[in-house]
Design a protein around this ligand. Structure first.
Ligand SMILES: Cc1ncc(COP(=O)(O)O)c(C=O)c1O
Length: 452
């Protein structure tokens, strides 16, 4: 499709979006026409390595062959069905998910989007505990519905919304690279949590119901909380009668090298987890998973969650196939291998490029934080943007992330099926991007010296 036509459709028919916002300026980005595996093509036939896995829904790769076959077969027999009746794919998915969930998690409710699953998780925590207040990390993001999930997405501006849900509040993110208390782990003894909870206790306006967090804070800049953090959170939740909700949208189903991201802390047992993104292998389906005890308490207070398409046989069959692929094709193992390749490539690059301040993340959810000075850790927002633009031009897609106004983390989310050759190609593009930036910086310094 020609650039002119794209622009005219955007201007005439699309809802306007401010140029500098998250969804602004889409008309200047590639228009995607086709995808397969780890590659997407734009309307000019230019190929890109998709190291953000679509909007993280293609973590199995685009059009995984088994997904295509299963979806096609289901479409021909049973696409949509009432959620007031059971259907076979729905039952099979409850059973399959229930069998792979780490105990005591075993029960599930299906929904459509990630935001749905978070709203339903929050409702579940409230009904199960009889409480109301929900707290989450200030660099967290949990959805885009304009009331509840945006209200707990503290990493997005809550003030952009008409109304913020009452009984929601944030606590400090354990962002060790930029510790909000200026301390160092493990000497700090995770004081960010104790201080945050002291304040939260003073601020609660009702009985607290839940603490929500991503196991790795993706949009906040791929922040990995320190070892033992969530075990401490869970103990504090237990003291207050609150449920720990783990938002596994971006970390679940293999991506962090474990089946679920929360399993990176041994013995952690959250009462509620939410999964979405690649759960449907490219189609939208999400789930809230919980224990028999939480489910019983919530059901006793009339808990209810569904959507018209929540239990569609088509989506449930997609969910079942993606779970089979994750387990049978050892996606957690593949993610771990990719993490090793990418981290090792960046450790080497860090010797040549001072911008590389921190290399972090788990599995295929990785973040490279760029700074203009390793001592002061001054965020290098402009350099990150230049790296992004260079990479996109050379055929590599990723997103820039960070805490609130920081836009200095290269977030790489390659599909778990990425090959060594594809990872090497992406690393080589990024190496060239840094080299180009260094060359330009050196030239600029020389010109400035001459002028002086
Ligand atoms: C951690 C997390 N939770 C929830 C959501 C919301 O998912 P959805 O966009 O499918 O509603 C997102 C979206 O990116 C997310 O990153």
């Amino acid at each position: 499709m020609e650039k002119k036509r794209v622009k005219s459709i955007v201007e005439k028919y699309m809802f306007p979006t401010e140029g500098t916002s998250y969804m602004g300026g889409l008309e200047n980005r590639p228009v995607i026409a086709k995808s397969e595996g780890r590659t997407v093509w734009d309307t000019n036939g230019k190929a890109y390595l998709d190291f953000q896995s679509g909007q993280m829904g293609a973590a199995l790769g685009h059009q995984h062959q088994r997904m295509v076959e299963r979806i096609t077969a289901t479409m021909q027999s049973l696409m949509h069905s009432s959620n007031t009746m059971l259907n076979v794919p729905r039952l099979r998915l409850h059973e399959k998910l229930g069998k792979i969930l780490p105990r005591p998690l075993e029960k599930s409710v299906f929904l459509v989007s990630g935001s749905d699953s978070i709203e339903a998780s929050i409702d579940l925590a409230r009904k199960a505990t009889g409480g109301l207040d929900i707290i989450g990390l200030h660099a967290g993001l949990h959805g885009s519905t304009s009331y509840v999930t945006r209200s707990v997405s503290f990493n997005w501006d809550r003030k952009k919304h008409v109304a913020v849900a009452p009984h929601t509040g944030s606590v400090l993110t354990p962002y060790c690279y930029r510790c909000p208390l200026g301390l160092k782990f493990p000497k700090c003894e995770i004081q960010c949590l104790s201080a945050s909870l002291e304040l939260a206790d003073a601020n609660f306006t009702a009985t607290p119901a839940g603490f929500i967090s991503e196991p790795v804070l993706s949009a906040g800049g791929v922040i990995v909380p320190p070892d033992g953090y969530f075990t401490r959170v869970k103990a504090e939740c237990d003291k207050r009668g609150m449920e720990l909700i783990m938002d596994e949208a971006q970390t679940g189903l293999g991506k962090t090298g474990k089946l679920f991201g929360f399993q990176n802390e041994q013995r952690l047992k959250p009462g509620i987890i939410a999964i979405s993104k690649h759960f449907g292998g490219g189609l939208p389906i999400s789930a809230v998973c919980t224990t028999a005890d939480v489910a019983k308490r919530a059901a006793g207070r009339g808990y209810f969650a569904t959507r018209s398409h929540a239990t569609d046989p088509l989506l449930c069959a997609a969910g079942e196939e993606s779970l089979d692929i994750v387990v049978e094709e050892d996606m957690p193992g593949k993610a771990t291998q990719i993490e090793r390749w990418i981290k090792s490539a960046f450790r080497k690059m860090a010797k040549d490029f001072e911008w590389i301040g921190d290399i972090r993340g788990r599995g295929v959810l990785l973040g490279i934080e760029l700074v203009s000075d390793r001592e002061t850790r001054e965020p290098a927002n402009a350099a990150t943007q230049k790296i992004y633009e260079y990479a996109l031009d050379k055929g590599l897609i990723f997103q820039i992330r960070g805490v609130r106004e920081l836009k200095n983390v290269i977030r790489l989310v390659p599909p778990m099926t990425s090959t060594r050759a594809e990872v090497d190609q992406a690393m080589s593009i990024l190496y060239d991007a840094f080299s180009e930036l260094k060359k330009k910086g050196t030239k600029r310094k020389a010109t400035l010296r001459k002028k002086r």
